[in-house]
Design a binder for this molecule. Structure first.
Ligand code: HBI
Ligand code: FE
Length: 295
């Protein structure tokens, strides 16, 4: 290699690495370049500052306790030892998105798959496939919370049943509106707990402070009936009372619920229904401006 040649992207490096039957790979931590470690540090500092007084206390406390920091990409094995001593969860390296059934099997075993690659310098604000910053910074701290940890394991176990009953799209909406984009009440006001929000500084501000989106109290069936947006901020954020309350609402056989979901309405991402407990009705101003910009 010429000394001025670009190093192979970390995404490609892992995509071509040998893979185990459960889709896990070797993180090969010593192969990260200084640039890649620096990119983690930049992402970390930026998010950490924005998330003070925006992320839920459980997230901030656990991130510190697990020693997530501005000192380079974490070694998943050492991080897993710290996490496992709290809730038994481990974080395992994968090359990228894994098939749904593999994903559910890993969660059912309290193993969270994390992309081993880090985004390129051109993708600091937006990327399509979850990288190590999203997966570790966004998802891992709350796996230290016992109720959240139990919810994720139950989600993995429920995934197989949802697939067998053709209701995966409904279950995926639950994951989306809680684990990825959920808000939680706190004595000091609404706080972020969703990993998709945590790993985006722009959405961390938008989700809590912008007048555009709806903020509605979490209701399991309502959420499972609601479509979502994958390429922009959410039009509706659902708000849970606590991780215990989320676990309680979902710790049931979803069979009867899946039967009901075969009929009745599907809601658009910005719909409101008469049964909603609305915390703030969005103006949707941001989304109208987007339409104009894109036209
Ligand atoms: N694989 N690595 C990885 N990470 C995910 O979040 C993930 C996945 N495969 C499937 C998947 N998510 C979703 O289809 C489920 O949440 C439904
Ligand atoms: Fe995620």
């Amino acid at each position: 290699m010429r000394s001025d040649a670009l190093p192979i992207s970390s995404k490609l490096r892992y995509a071509t690495a040998p893979r185990n039957r459960d889709f896990t790979i070797d993180q090969a931590w010593s192969t990260y370049t200084q640039d890649e470690h620096d990119r983690w540090d930049q992402l970390f500092v930026r998010s950490w500052n924005v998330l003070q007084d925006r992320a839920c206390d459980e997230f901030l406390a656990a991130a510190s306790h697990l020693e997530l920091s501005r000192s380079g990409i974490p070694d998943m094995s050492a991080l897993s030892d710290r996490l496992a001593s709290l809730t038994g969860w481990r974080v395992v390296p994968v090359a990228g998105l894994v098939p749904d059934d593999v994903f559910f099997q890993l969660l059912a075993e309290r193993r969270f798959p994390a992309g081993a690659f880090i985004r390129s310098a051109a993708e600091m604000d937006y990327l399509e496939e979850p990288d190590i910053f999203h997966d570790i910074f966004g998802h891992v701290p709350l796996l230290a919370n016992p109720a959240y940890a139990a919810f994720m394991e139950a989600y993995g176990k429920g995934g197989m049943r949802a697939m067998a009953r053709n209701r995966l799209h409904n279950l995926a909406r639950l994951y989306w509106y809680t684990i990825e984009f959920g808000l939680v009440k706190s004595p000091k006001g609404l706080r972020i707990f969703g990993a998709g929000i945590m790993s985006s500084t722009a959405e961390s501000v938008f989700a809590l402070e912008d007048p555009s989106p709806n903020r509605i109290e979490f209701n399991l069936e309502r959420v499972m009936r609601t479509k979502y947006i994958i390429d922009d901020f959410q039009k509706t954020y659902f708000v849970i009372d606590s991780f215990e309350a989320l676990l309680d609402a979902c710790y049931q056989d979803f069979g009867a619920l899946y039967d009901r979901l075969r009929e009745g309405p599907e809601h658009e991402a910005d719909d409101m229904t008469g049964a909603d407990t609305v915390l703030s009705r969005g103006t949707m101003a941001y989304f109208r401006a987007q339409l104009t910009n894109r036209a």
